[in-house]
Design a protein. Sequence first.
Length: 97
Amino acid sequence: MVPVVWHYANRQISEYKFKLSKAEQEMGTMEQNINRLEGQVSRYKAAADNAEKIEDELKAEKRKLQREVEEMEMTNNHLVKRLEKMKANRNALLSQQ
């Protein structure tokens, strides 16, 4: 009877050793996946930070360009008015002659 119990115990020990080995392999695989995913998260975070920085720079550039356009429009309007005054003065002078 003792050999049967030993055989059963040895079989269970072998099964547990196999399950332990398999679990350790799975843990190793999972740790590798975690490391890979953490690397991806770091790269994606860096890319997102860089994209936000570029977005902020582009917004600032857009505001600057809008101000320049507004200034150019004001200058253009001023010059158009001066030109109209000069034409009116010229026409007035020509009509006096």
